[in-house]
Structure formats: C-alpha cells, structure tokens
Design a protein around this ligand. Structure first.
Ligand SMILES: *Cc1c(COP(=O)(O)O)cnc(C)c1O
Length: 377
C-alpha cells in the first residue's frame, strides 16, 4: 500500500505559503521580530474577538504550558500551595502546576464526561489548597458551574485548561467566559496554531498589564517588578497564526462534517459508544473520541494500525505507578477512583480537516466490523 494511505490521528493546518511569506515580509519590513510587534497585536485582537466576552483580555504566550503557568501565577497563590487537578489530561497540565512550585492534588472525574468532578474536588480541599485546575477534557466542557461553586466556597483560584476546547461554546458563550482564567494552546496539534504557542484569557482586573509583565521576565518599565519568565511569542509565530486565520472557518466546517460522517456511520453500535458530551456545548474541534471496554479498545487500536490508521488512546494517567507522582492518590467520592477505569476506555479517531470522505468511511467500516465481531463473540 502506498505511504499516502497512512491516516494519522491529526495533522496541522498548513498555511498558504505566499500568504505566510507576505506576512513575514511585513514583519521584516518593520525590523521588529519579537517582544510584541504589529503581527502579534493583530493576532491578539483577532483571537480576542472570538474568545473573549466584554471585560476580558487575551494575552499570547509561547505555549499552552506557559499559558497554564501564567494563568496560575495570576492568582498570586502562596508558595507550596496545593492545586487540585484531573488525573486525565496531557502531561502539560500537571507539569505546569509543579513548575510553578505548587503541589498537584488529583481528584476524580465524572464517569460520563471524564471531566473533574466538583464533589471529588470538594473532598480534596485542605487548608493548603489555593487553586483548582480542571480540564475541558477531549473538548467536553467540565462542570463549570459546579466547580465555580466549590471554588467560591473555599476562595480558590479557578483556572481552566482549555487546550482541547478551542472554538467550543457553552450555552452560547465562548468557553473562556468561565472560570477566573483559561489557558489555550496554539501548538501544531491543536486547531488554530502558531507552530508552538498559546494564550491566556481572563477577566481579572489589570490582567492585561500583569500578563504582559509575567511573560516578559517580570519587567515593568525596565524594572524587575515581580515574578516573570520569558513566555513571549515572536512575530514569525504570529505570522503563522495570521496566515492560517482566513482558512480557519473552512477547517472548522470540515471538522464538523467529519464528525457528522463518523456519527452517522457509527450510530447504533452497542459495544462502542460515541460520548454525548455536555448539554449546551458545541462539539469538540480537537478530537473525536469513542468509548468502549479496555480490551476492545486495545483490539480496535491494533486492527486500525494494521490498516494504517493511527488512532490514539488519550491519555495515560498523570499519577500512580510509573509516573512522576507514583504515590499520589486520586481523591474520590465513589467507592474507588473511576479515572483509572474510564481512562483506558477512550480511543480517538483521526480528526482533522484533510481526512477524506473515503478515509473516514474506511475507518468507520473498520470500527463497525470490530464492534460487530465483539457483539457476536
Ligand atoms: C496541548 C495541551 C497542553 C499544552 O500545550 P502546549 O502548547 O503543547 O504547551 C495543555 N493541556 C492540554 C490538555 C493539552 O492537550
């Protein structure tokens, strides 16, 4: 089979080379390549239009991980604070907590949405808890209202990891409308990207200035005024984001169409489910996830790979044996933590705009065949 027949889990949006070159030419013309610049400001304004509600501000940063770190720092948490988070996420979520000098505390997830459970968070609160960092896991919004209630009751800073939820709305509002701050990634594996990059959205007073200071070594008017790091995005990266923006609506439409095609082809299976997500939320743009028992998932993963389809299990647990937090418990209100059981039930199918109808149908046919075999067995 020719190499072109391999379908990977994701593929980055690729810019029109002439458009990218023109934007790079514009940056070169200004002689200004980093520390803000015309392209940087233009991309910040464009992203703010779609991702902020009135009173919120948006700051571009060097990665989604940096966005998480700066969003946590914005809360002025005491050194050594505990931050409650989900054991189901990408490594960046917990690494950002640790890199800030905070201690991650893992709380259980809701068995249906796979997002942080407010009751488990409540049970994990100690006198040292200062923040909660839930994840809109696989693009499904977490229980923003339930988590905000717990956070308010215990005066905790609430940062959402929104890396999977770019472009998602909840009850008609952009996903960044919820929580004290939200962190997004502009990495090539996400929807819109700058190669590497990210952004923070927050409604905090003076947030725009504070974020500008945090991402620029803590400097204000040349003086080191507080904590900071080099978390800036360059003009070359901003050029990439701006070059892709005109193609974003088509990419989003293609992903919605791919989801509809998978949904139609996979309807009515009993061994494999397409999770419903959360009521009031628009569908995820980053992933197309299936749920099934862990044994079937392993078989399906392998069968797809034999047919040159690289599906992906999202993600290994962030705590427990073999991780950087081997002894960290998962605080739960269930008889036993559900995250270690439900995590291995997820398999994500290739999901990006350039997946052809032919490949989508071929992939769905394999999933149906494996599910049918399972039901007959
Ligand atoms: C991608 C991702 C990040 C980090 O983004 P980077 O831009 O790669 O640093 C954080 N959290 C989650 C859930 C992610 O998937």
């Amino acid at each position: 089979m020719p190499e072109a027949d391999v379908v990977t889990i994701g593929a980055p949006m690729l810019p029109d080379p002439a458009r990218l070159a023109a934007l790079m030419g514009e940056a070169i013309g200004t002689g200004w390549l980093a520390n803000g610049g015309v392209l940087h400001s233009r991309l910040e304004r464009a992203l703010a239009r779609d991702n902020c509600r009135p009173g919120q501000s948006l700051a571009l940063v060097s990665s989604g991980t940096t966005a998480l770190m700066l969003a946590l720092r914005l809360g002025n948490l005491p050194e050594g604070s505990e931050v409650i988070t989900s054991p189901l996420s990408f490594a960046a979520t917990v690494q950002a907590i640790a890199w800030c000098g905070f201690r991650p505390v893992f709380a259980d997830v809701d068995p249906d949405t796979l997002t942080l459970c407010p009751r488990a968070v409540e049970a994990a609160v100690t006198p040292r808890t200062a923040a909660v960092l839930p994840v809109h896991f696989l693009g499904v919004p977490c229980d923003v209202a339930g988590l905000a209630q717990v956070a308010r009751r215990h005066r905790l800073w609430l940062v959402h990891d929104a890396a999977h939820a770019f472009g998602v709305t909840l009850d008609g509002r952009p996903i960044a409308a919820f929580g004290d701050a939200s962190a997004f990634s502009l990495h090539a594996t996400k929807v819109l990207h700058t190669g590497e990059g990210g952004f923070v959205v927050t409604g905090e007073a003076r947030a725009a200035e504070r974020l500008r200071r945090l991402r620029n070594f803590g400097l204000e008017a040349g003086r080191m005024a507080g904590p900071g790091i080099n978390g800036k995005l360059s003009e070359m990266q901003a050029a990439m984001g701006l070059a892709l923006l005109p193609d974003l609506p088509a990419e989003i439409a293609a992903r919605h169409a791919l989801r509809a095609r998978y949904d139609a082809a996979l309807a009515g299976l009993s061994a494999i489910r397409v999770p419903e997500g959360r009521a009031g939320a628009s569908p995820a743009l980053t992933t197309y996830a299936l749920r099934m028992d862990a044994g079937l998932r392993a078989r399906l993963h392998w069968t797809l790979a034999e047919d040159r389809v690289l599906a992906r299990d999202h993600f290994p647990l962030l705590c427990g044996p073999g991780t950087a937090w081997p002894d960290a418990p998962i605080v739960t209100t269930a008889p036993a933590p559900v995250a270690p059981l439900v995590g291995p039930e997820v398999l994500c199918l290739p999901f990006y705009g350039r997946v052809s109808d032919r490949d989508a149908d071929r992939i769905a046919a394999i999933v149906r065949r494996v599910a049918d075999e399972e039901e007959r067995a």
